[in-house]
Design a protein. Structure first.
Length: 332
């Protein structure tokens, strides 16, 4: 079965069940009141309130040369045009790139790729100020407002102090689903903020922002639906085009199922972490093209593939070892 069959079905279900506007090619990951942007046009909320009926899984996907992030060179493509035109040829099986969409946007609007950690801290200082405006409107100057001042400053300080350096000492992040999104001894750092019940992680290399990970809850009544399949259907409806499905492939250092899209600047990967959580990972494609030179220190691992060398190992023409073994079995 081709990569996108399940997603085309999902997009049709979304339109039939929710009446979602599938011509909206942008996504607001946090669903906030800020105007989202990352050097691309602002996004719009999908407005979905009901979870469409979707299958419990995304069957029929093959994992040949999936995701751009640290895996392979980006194949040259025409500028993004959003939803494919009628009669346009389908992407061939094994296409090493995710489908193009018109715009991938991230809130708040001040966020841009390749800004440094201090700039991200300054941006979120303003975001935190805005979060507290409704509370300030309900109190009078005095002890209550001073208490809010202290709470605001504490949240700003907590975010700035969250800066984690991936130097020579292993971190606790290695035990989380984020393992593989960073390397050690290559000038990489991470910041984390938790607000409105959601977690967002920022990844930097050489002090340049290049990856953002939003941890999204799943379940009954959750914004993105009850399960990963429901979330993917909503995202596909927002972008107006089904994503490419990438099943788990440990040989390619992809331990979880992913669905991805891209525009001219950014790749977005929806990753199924577990039954209660999925991640939206936004990646700067300009930085991806320089990772091989920036990640000069290669970690030595036993029984696995270091993420820093995935761009070498993950060539779309390389046959998976399991397929070769099956061929040998048939000869016997």
């Amino acid at each position: 079965m081709r990569y996108r069959i399940a997603m085309f079905v999902g997009a049709l279900v979304l339109g039939a069940c929710t009446g979602a506007n599938t011509n909206t090619n942008t996504l607001t990951p946090e669903g906030e009141d800020e105007v989202p942007d990352t050097t691309t046009p602002p996004s719009k909320d999908t407005g979905d309130t009901d979870t469409p009926a979707v299958p419990e899984a995304l069957p029929g996907a093959k994992s040949v040369g999936c995701h751009v992030d640290e895996s392979m060179p980006i194949v040259e493509a025409a500028p993004p045009t959003g939803k494919p035109a009628k009669g346009a040829p389908k992407a061939p099986a094994g296409d090493p790139n995710p489908p193009m969409v018109q715009a991938i946007s991230i809130s708040p609007k001040e966020l841009m790729w390749r800004i440094d950690e201090k700039r991200v801290g300054d941006i979120y200082a303003k975001v935190i100020d805005n979060d507290f405006k409704p509370k300030y409107a309900k109190v009078q100057p005095g002890p209550e407002s001073m208490s809010l001042d202290a709470e605001v400053q504490q949240q700003k300080d907590v975010f700035r102090r969250s800066l984690l350096d991936f130097g020579s000492i292993p971190t606790g992040i290695d035990a989380s689903p984020l393992k593989g999104e960073y390397t050690y001894n290559n000038g990489e750092t991470m910041m984390r903020i938790t607000r409105k019940g959601k977690v967002r992680d920022f990844f930097f290399i050489q002090h340049k922002l290049w990856k953002i990970v939003d941890e999204m809850p799943l379940g009954a009544g959750a914004e993105w639906g009850e399960n990963f399949a429901a979330a993917v259907v909503k995202i596909s409806g927002s972008y107006g085009v089904p994503g490419r499905i990438c099943e788990p492939d440990y040989e390619r250092n992809r331990p979880r199922r992913e669905v991805d899209w891209r525009d001219g600047n950014t790749q977005v990967r929806a990753i199924e972490w577990d039954d209660k959580t999925f991640a939206l990972v936004f990646v700067d494609l300009g930085t991806v093209g320089q990772l091989a030179s920036w990640r000069s220190n290669k970690a030595t691992q036993t029984g696995g593939v270091d993420p820093s060398v995935q761009d070498v190992m993950h060539t779309p023409t390389q046959p998976p070892p399991l397929k070769e073994e099956k061929k040998d079995d048939k000869k016997k």
